[in-house]
Design a protein around this ligand. Structure first.
Ligand SMILES: O=P(O)(O)O[C@H]1O[C@H](CO)[C@@H](O)[C@H]1O
Length: 271
């Protein structure tokens, strides 16, 4: 079956469960899954039930597509994302973005947990992405079968109006929101201090193991894109301490309330 038919199969299944077309898609990063509880009149659909969907294998990624309302808007929330390091292909991990676009979203909010490379950042800060560096070694648009345009422009990938609105909104909340460049690495091992020094020279402010494939496909589909990272730890070698997924989850847990107020206001007024 080709990609377009697979997308239509998934869309039909989701529409049977929840008829209202979503306006906004949100991908929740590691530890962000709690946000699904903030949707009203929601329908939770397990990824394992959706035709052609991959399933989550990472702690902190629930593995549900949650359709529902938030601040009067219709949302499609991915509580759990897919990473290249889980062994999926680039096409697999970005398939849900194609499905959300086919369901009708016009805006995609991509969140993630990331390591802070920029030494002016602190653990618990948030960052609105201005750009990214793809160190994954591949693109989700690679392949003989082209689903959509192949040579897409990446100059204005992250929508500046959405970023400006996020910065404005952050002023009403007890959060620090920087602007920065996200470097995506293959993972799943964390980086070495030497790799982090290299990424700093390249111009990266943050590092993580996701987001970029989803953003490339969202850009191909001409969605408006807002990328928000939580600095869950300082990147390897910045501090004299080892990194762990436990620390990543712990930081997200401590900062979840701040994030909810901020994102809800953004959804209500700006997205
Ligand atoms: O990017 P998200 O999914 O938020 O998760 C980040 O946190 C995990 C490492 O702790 C990695 O999967 C990294 O990419």
């Amino acid at each position: 079956m080709d990609t377009e038919n697979k997308i239509q199969e998934a869309v039909s299944y989701i529409r049977e469960k929840y008829a209202n077309p979503p306006q906004i898609g949100i991908i929740l990063g590691s530890g962000f899954s709690f946000f699904q509880e903030h949707l009203q009149d929601s329908t939770v659909i397990a990824y394992s039930d959706i035709p052609n969907f991959p399933v989550s294998t990472v702690e902190g990624h629930a593995g549900n597509l949650v359709m529902g309302k938030c601040q009067g808007k219709e949302l499609c929330v991915m509580a759990g994302r897919f990473h290249y390091y889980e062994g999926y292909t680039m096409q697999d991990i970005t398939f849900p973005v194609r499905v959300m676009a086919a369901l009708g979203i016009k805006t995609l909010v991509v969140t993630n947990a990331a390591g802070g490379i920029n030494k002016s950042y602190s653990v618990g800060d948030f960052v609105a992405l201005t750009d990214h560096i793809n160190l994954l070694g591949s693109s989700p648009l690679r392949g003989k079968e082209t689903s959509g345009q192949r040579f897409i422009d990446m100059t204005h990938c992250y929508t500046s109006e959405l970023r400006d609105q996020a910065i404005e909104t952050s002023k009403n909340h007890d959060i620090t929101l920087h602007q920065g460049v996200y470097a995506a690495t293959h993972g799943p091992n964390f980086e070495t201090p030497a790799e982090i020094r290299m990424m700093r020279v390249m111009g990266a402010d943050l590092v993580g193991m996701s987001t970029v494939p989803e953003v490339i496909v969202a850009r191909q589909l001409q969605l408006q894109i807002l990328g928000i990272s939580c600095v869950t730890n300082m990147a390897a070698g910045v501090l004299d301490q080892e990194l762990s997924h436990h620390e990543v989850m712990d930081t997200m847990d401590k900062n979840r309330q701040k994030f909810v107020g901020f994102i809800e206001e953004l959804i209500a007024n700006k997205l």
